[in-house]
Design a protein. Structure first.
Length: 227
């Protein structure tokens, strides 16, 4: 009986050790699987966050580009500047926004380079509007190492600066020789009403100043010539 008992005890001891080792192996396997799953989950979250942030910055950059274009047209219009004046102001205003930068939590770096003539192209359209488009080599790096690159720029605006600039100069030359400024102003507003252009004329010291507004674009543009 004692030998059997000792045998049973030995068998039980071996079984206990086996169960313990099996439990340890199972626990280790579970922990490894959980760690891999958790790592994959964090990686997926990092990728989604990086994509979402890059998209958000791209949207904001294009909104800023549209605002810069409209502001450049308005400021250049008030000063009677030509298309080059609009382009120079547009690039200046847009780069001012880029210089302010973007900050998002959990990001090691968000780097957006300033635009130049190679990365931001400007195209004047037949209706006098201006289309701005291009690509910036931006870099987004999440704290987990996930990276995204590039911003696509594409901004067209409603105001037709080129058309306003041409009409303003043409009307200005005509306005210097008319006798009845009020009648001429009414005639202009009637003739150009289909384009939603509005004229305001005033005679000062024998010279007639002409201000033209793009009613379709709201208060975005005013083209004034007081030479």
């Amino acid at each position: 009986m004692r030998l059997d008992e000792r045998g049973d005890v030995a068998t039980l001891a071996v079984f206990t050790v086996f169960v313990f080792l099996t439990s340890v192996v199972a626990l280790h396997t579970f922990e490894e699987g959980y760690s891999r799953q958790l790592s994959s989950f964090h990686q997926a979250m990092g990728i989604d966050t990086t994509k979402a942030t890059a998209t958000s910055v791209e949207t904001e950059a294009n909104d800023a580009l549209r605002t810069a274009t409209t502001a450049a047209m308005y400021e250049a219009g008030l000063r009677g500047e030509n298309k080059s004046g609009v382009e120079n102001r547009l690039r200046e205003y847009f780069n001012q926004r880029i210089s302010a930068g973007w900050e998002y939590s959990n990001f090691k770096e968000i780097q957006v380079p300033l635009s130049d003539e190679n990365t931001l192209l400007l195209q004047w359209l037949p209706d006098g509007g201006l289309k701005a488009y291009g690509y910036l080599g931006a870099t987004f790096e999440h704290l987990d190492g996930t990276k995204a690159f590039g911003l696509r720029l594409d901004a067209g605006v409603v105001p037709r600066y080129g058309r306003l600039y041409h009409v303003a100069h043409q009307v200005y030359q005509q306005a210097q020789t008319v006798d009845d400024v009020v009648s001429f102003e009414n005639e202009l507003n009637e003739n150009y009403g289909c384009e939603q252009l509005r004229f305001v004329l005033s005679r000062v010291g024998g010279r007639t100043n002409v201000t033209i507004y793009d009613s379709y674009g709201g208060r975005a543009i005013a083209q004034e010539n007081s030479e």
